[in-house]
Design a binder for this molecule. Structure first.
Ligand code: HEM
Length: 399
């Protein structure tokens, strides 16, 4: 086996890198695939050092995502970082069956039907927010996606603060004490268990009922699968969308000329969203395990190796995107891998795009001026998986 450079732990698993991973990608991308160290104890309950392989080049990431037979999502270690997730941590044939069933319930029609309701919530949140300097994370980017998922699942929107706490607990494998995290996860499981049972007894016009009723060739989902899927949506659909909208507003606050252009020409809304997804990808890392030896960029990776896919690094690869460090609206905009690729391609991509579109249009309608606030913007540093703000003060003027 060829040897590869081994880098030090401080380069990939520190809060400073979670807050801004881009300088490290610039430094390391050309040397990847390489294996890096996750020191013992960094992930609670996991006291062995791990040496996962980092994939950062666009071509390597693309190949791994397309080859689900070699790069399995069914990582036996997944359960050690939290409850194993359905679908996203399944391989075929389980994945195929499950995805077919949820595709039937999570239809474009169901998503599109939500548009007027989402527009109403966006306007309500903006109305409550007012103008002047505001932290848009607390007042807008967190509540909107949580309320949308709650609505989709048929759960009261007022519970969104509890929802947010559960979803944070799942992602905060690194920053939250294990007992507190376990407590949150148990609450979440109990809550969704009750809802699924209630919908089986009495249907409603929501996604959980559609899941309860979905059948492919006479096969239905079991209770634990429905529960698992609700938990997955809560986790996969919240912080990701929060980060997309936050990253996008910050990028635009830094570029008043683009803001003014977009106010006049709304055909720029879609390219702004796609370029934000590439430029500051909300999901930075997810995981695979190799089922056989495989060669990427001339480097042999053994079977059974832990793999970290760096979506955000691939999206800044100059081989795929000329001048990747520039935010540009005139590129080929749909070849980024911010929503993944292949069989695990994001189920919620149309919903996330719609939430971003409604949000951006609502902000553009209301605020002729948007700029950075005087209070500091703070990136999240609790997890290596996502990239976004925990505080983003912006000055929003209605005149
Ligand atoms: C900007 C927002 C979002 C981003 C950047 C994002 C990103 C991703 C990525 C990268 C994957 C692929 C995972 C892999 O390769 O293993 C994925 C899968 C998934 N996403 Fe999203 N996501 C977003 C929003 C949503 C929303 C709103 C939902 C649902 C309401 C959702 C539900 C899912 C599900 C269920 C999967 C698993 C699909 C499968 O394994 O077949 N996501 N997402």
């Amino acid at each position: 086996m060829e040897t590869s450079a081994i880098i030090t732990p401080d380069q990939l698993m520190t809060p400073a890198v979670f807050a801004d991973p881009y300088p490290v990608y610039l430094q390391l991308r050309d040397q990847t695939p390489l294996s890096y160290l996750v020191p013992p104890g960094i992930i609670p309950g996991f006291d062995e050092a791990l040496w996962p392989w980092a994939l950062m080049k666009y071509d390597d990431v693309y190949s791994a995502l397309r080859d689900h037979e070699t790069f399995s999502s069914e990582n036996p270690r997944a359960g050690q970082f939290g409850p194993k997730l359905v679908l996203i941590q399944d391989d075929p044939p389980r994945h195929t069956r499950f995805r077919r069933l949820v595709n039937k319930a999570f239809t474009l029609r169901r998503v599109e039907a939500l548009a007027p309701w989402i527009t109403g919530v966006a306007n309500e949140l903006l109305g409550e927010m007012g103008a002047g300097e505001v932290d848009v994370v607390q007042s807008y980017t967190i509540p909107l996606p949580v309320k949308v998922i709650a609505r989709l699942l048929g759960i009261p929107g007022e519970d969104y603060i509890t929802f947010k706490r559960w979803s944070d607990a799942f992602l905060a494998a690194i920053s939250m004490p294990p007992e507190q995290r376990a407590q949150n996860l148990m609450e979440m499981v109990a809550y969704f268990g009750q809802i699924a049972a209630a919908r089986r007894a009495h249907g409603a016009d929501d996604l959980i009922t559609a899941l309860v009723e979905a059948e492919v060739e006479g096969e239905a989902l079991e209770d634990w699968e429905i529960l698992g899927f609700c938990i997955l949506l809560l986790i996969a659909g919240n912080e990701t969308t929060t980060n997309l909208i936050g990253n996008m507003l910050n990028i635009l606050a830094e570029r008043p000329d683009v803001w003014q252009q977009a106010r006049k020409d709304r055909s720029l809304v879609e390219p702004i969203i796609e370029e934000t997804l590439r430029y500051e990808s909300p999901v930075q890392r997810l995981f695979r395990i190799t089922t056989r030896e495989v060669e990427l960029s001339g480097v042999k990776i053994p079977p059974g190796a832990d793999i970290t896919i760096f979506y955000g690094a691939a999206n800044r690869d100059p081989q795929a995107f000329p001048h990747p460090e520039e935010f540009r609206l005139d590129r080929d905009l749909r070849n980024h891998v911010a929503f993944g690729m292949g069989i695990h391609y994001c189920l919620g991509a149309p919903l996330a795009r719609m939430e971003a579109q409604i949000s951006l249009n609502s902000f553009l309608d209301r605020f002729p001026v948007m700029r950075q606030g005087t209070a500091p913007a703070r990136r999240q540093t609790a997890t290596h998986i996502v990239f976004g703000f925990r505080q983003l003060p912006l000055v929003l003027n209605t005149r």
